[in-house]
Design a binder for this molecule. Structure first.
Ligand code: MIG
Length: 815
């Protein structure tokens, strides 16, 4: 594309390119039921409708006698796509399919569909097929004035996707991620439509290029496939949460990551040699800035050959790894898909000999230029190739590595189209397809191989995989970082809606490069971005070659102090974070949530994305502009407590908050229970005084609250064999008394700590009586006690300390 004004030369202006030349389904001439599906034969093509277990309706175009029901790898398991019997009737005007509370009406004259579920209605006003090409469909979905759109994975722009247009085509975008970038590295063709607090989902399962156009027509969204059939799932709500739960049932959920992966990650393109890596590790420990992971970017390899180390830079990786392990660090090396075309390189020759690489239709190995020069690309759509890649991970696991970073897996290739020739063929388990048809799957299939490889080799330990590219279902294998952002304030603020919508698209474990990858960060930007970034699910600081360094200590003492404080805070909050990661692994609901997810009836939240929730009851509102000490924060219904000062605010109002550089505004919902532990230098560090503090934020007056807090060893798959515990914390509040119980509802895992503390926040006066927690002591003395309570008059907090035993706890506090 031209990047001068010549780009908008009148002669270059394209004609109106809307694909309105298609044909409609037309009159339905024949209706049959076959294998639990309804087949509707139209004039120009046909439509099949099936009910999928768990509240989805699958609508698929086809030609010929019957549809091909084969699903893409996005769909998690055969059980979740099983088609259930359907009831239907055919009238003169329409065919109706009924399932539970849902009715699908298909107009027999036009083939238009309306799906009704309670008050919700989705209108697919028409499905059309482009005349010129094979298999290129468009579904037009009517949009009401009050419809808001969320999801669509990793996209630029704000939270509400109404009025935007996006392309799903995994793309390596080094150019700045500005609003007109229609495609980035991930493609998640799934959205939720919200109307007056209620919604439904649409998932267009097609891994070729698809377009979601919510811009060209004010009252219509256009969902378009470029290759292959329209395979559309309507997903039942009626709440936003239910849509996400169902979508993630269909496409799978994030396995619980190891705790260390939730820690702070430090990266740079590149830490060049062993000395630099070891100095870095020691600096973190010396400066008492917590850190779990150091990433190795491409320079660790020998000529960018994957599964090698450069011997001059890293003469003894095994020894280095052992030393780092002693310091509590994990190493996550980068692994790209391109295998250098080099007959002296064993990995390449294995791939050639075993026929593992993608080939042209004529049968030649396809190569394209990436870091190592001309490279071949494993055909990850084939399980035999993934098995090979899986086994190859042994190179890393033998060194004690348990995390892998998959980059360039769109795949990115240094050519005009930025990727593989669309005519390259994929084996696809015997169902050969072109790259054009499967492009968006490539990165996910690679991460699947990486994840499964590590899992098989780590002997019960949980792997960590980080990926740049992905498709629906990527959450089953990898965390996602949002690629090459820049050290711009705009990119810091854009990271919020981007990661929030990833969370609304089934991908809870995601985050941007903190500080920005390209361009040069400043101390102020790093400090502000760090404050925000430690509350993102994935937390890594990464920067590009030739850019100013941005380790936490790169900008003087003040910025270093702020980075230390907030990274430490993430570790302090680890029990709470980990709990919400567990919830995400069970339900698919995100850890980091837009307010609209919890307050869908409040229009103030519909496009609110410069603040967010962590779990369901903590608001984080970062400052994302330079030289700014004040910002407006929206507090939704309820009462909210300033985490730092304890000050209380009524909800349903905007407040003006003072936030000098060292302060990140955080608000806790009255009625919430927060879990905090000691600051650790890395997630697995054992500290002398193990404890957890459950902070109970009183509602004042009456009310109840509860949290069923999940714990396990944070490292292995033992939780799959019942080695986990849950403690149900419940409180009942009245004007006169407060009752707190904490009972283990499961104790397959025994936490390694002697005591548990409760912090009752919001008590105006010292309580009249405390039953269940020994005698009263001074606040300062509590640390030395095994049992006792203290009242902090200044903060209006009651602190209680108790032994953490299987018996559970009951506290009765007279106010
Ligand atoms: O074309 O490995 O997004 O994180 O540092 C650049 C070098 C290749 C792109 C990744 C970035 C990484 C860089 N990679």
């Amino acid at each position: 594309m031209l990047d001068t004004s010549a780009a908008i030369h009148p002669e270059n202006a394209s004609q109106h390119t809307e694909r309105s030349t298609g044909v409609q389904l037309g009159m339905i001439t024949q209706i049959t039921e076959q294998n639990n599906a309804l087949l509707l034969m139209g004039e120009h093509f046909n439509l099949a409708i099936a009910l999928v277990d768990g509240g989805s309706i699958r609508i698929k175009t086809f030609r010929g006698q019957e549809p091909n029901w084969k699903t893409t790898p996005a769909i998690a398991g055969p059980e979740s796509q099983s088609q259930v019997p359907l009831q239907w009737t055919a009238g003169e005007e329409r065919v109706s399919v009924v399932s539970g509370n849902t009715t699908v009406d298909i107009n027999r004259k036009t083939g238009s569909l309306s799906i009704r579920n309670g008050e919700q209605q989705a209108n697919i006003v028409s499905v059309q097929r482009n005349r010129e090409s094979v298999g290129d469909y468009t579904a037009f979905i009517s949009l009401g004035e009050d419809d808001h759109i969320y999801g669509l994975g990793e996209k630029t722009g704000f939270l509400d996707k109404r009025g935007e247009r996006y392309t799903m085509w995994n793309t390596d975008v080094y150019a700045p991620h500005v609003p007109e970038m229609e495609a980035l590295y991930q493609s998640i063709p799934f959205l939720t439509m919200l109307n007056n607090g209620k919604g439904y989902g649409l998932f267009l399962d097609n891994p070729g290029k698809t377009v979601f156009d919510m811009r060209s027509y004010a009252n219509m969204a256009m969902l378009q496939t470029w290759t292959g059939e329209l395979d559309l799932y309507w997903i039942e709500g009626p709440t936003l949460k239910e849509v996400i739960v169902r979508y993630s049932e269909l496409t799978g959920r994030m396995p619980l990551p190891p705790k260390w992966a939730l820690g702070y990650h430090q990266s740079r393109y590149s830490y060049m040699d062993e000395k630099e890596v070891m100095d870095l590790a020691h600096t973190f420990r010396d400066k008492k800035i917590p850190c779990d992971v150091i990433h190795l970017d491409i320079h660790y390899m020998n000529g960018y050959r994957v599964f090698t180390f450069d011997e001059s830079r890293f003469p003894n990786p095994e020894q280095m790894m052992a030393r780092l392990r002693e310091l509590g660090f994990h190493i996550v090396p980068i692994v790209d898909p391109g295998v250098k075309k080099d007959p002296m390189y064993a990995v390449y020759m294995e791939g050639v000999d075993e026929d593992f690489f993608c080939k042209t239709a004529e049968g030649d190995i396809y190569t394209g230029p990436v870091w190592p020069g001309e490279s071949a690309f494993p055909d990850f759509t084939e399980s035999r190739v993934r098995d090979w890649w899986t086994e190859k991970q042994r190179f890393y696991t033998d060194l004690g590595i348990d995390g892998i970073w998959n980059d360039m897996n769109e795949p990115a290739i240094f050519n005009e189209t930025k990727t593989m020739d669309v005519n390259v063929m994929h084996g696809n388990e015997g169902d050969r397809k072109t790259h054009g048809e499967l492009h968006n799957l490539y990165g996910m299939c690679m991460s699947q191989a990486s994840y499964e490889g590590l899992k098989a080799l780590l002997e019960g330990k949980r792997p960590f995989v980080l990926t740049r590219a992905g498709y629906s279902g990527i959450q089953r294998y990898a965390a996602v970082w949002t690629g090459d952002n820049r050290s711009f304030w705009e990119h810091m603020s854009m990271a919020m809606p981007m990661v929030l919508n990833l969370g609304m698209s089934g991908v809870p474990f995601a985050g941007p490069d903190i500080g920005g990858f390209a361009h040069h960060t400043s101390g102020e930007l790093l400090a502000r971005w760090m404050q925000m970034g430690v509350f993102f699910p994935y937390c890594r600081n990464h920067s590009a070659i030739d850019m100013l360094r941005q380790e936490p200590w790169s900008f003087g003492e003040e910025v270093e102090r702020i980075c230390r404080q907030y990274i430490s805070l993430r570790y302090q909050w680890m029990p709470y974070l980990y709990h919400w990661f567990y919830e995400a692994s069970q339900t698919g609901l995100p850890v980091m949530r837009p307010l609209v997810l919890e307050y869908p009836d409040d229009p103030q939240t519909y496009n609110l994305c410069d603040q967010f929730l962590v779990g369901d009851s903590v608001i984080v509102a970062p400052v994302y502009r330079p030289n700014t000490e004040w910002r407006s924060v929206y507090l939704p219904e309820g009462e909210w407590v300033d985490y730092w000062s304890g000050e209380r605010y009524a909800g349903k109002q905007h407040i003006h908050v003072h936030a000098p550089l060292a302060k990140l505004p955080i608000f806790i919902r009255a009625g919430a229970i927060l879990l905090e532990g000691p600051v650790r230098q890395y997630a697995g560090e054992t500290v002398a005084d193990e404890f957890v503090t459950a902070s109970i934020y009183l509602q004042g007056g009456s009310g109840t609250s509860s949290l069923e807090w999940y714990e396990d060893d944070g490292l292995t798959f033992a939780y799959e064999d019942g080695k986990w515990s849950k403690m149900l914390i419940e409180t009942t509040e009245s004007e006169q008394a407060l009752n707190v119980t904490a009972k283990y509802t499961a104790r397959g895992y025994e936490p390694q700590r002697a005591s548990i503390q409760f912090r009752i926040v919001g008590l105006a006066a010292v309580p009249q009586g405390v039953a269940g927690s020994g005698g009263q002591v001074q606040v300062a003395e509590l640390a030395q006690q095994a049992l006792g309570w203290a009242y902090d008059a200044e903060r209006g907090e009651l602190l209680l300390k108790l032994p953490d035993t299987a018996d559970g706890i009951e506290l009765n506090i007279t106010l």
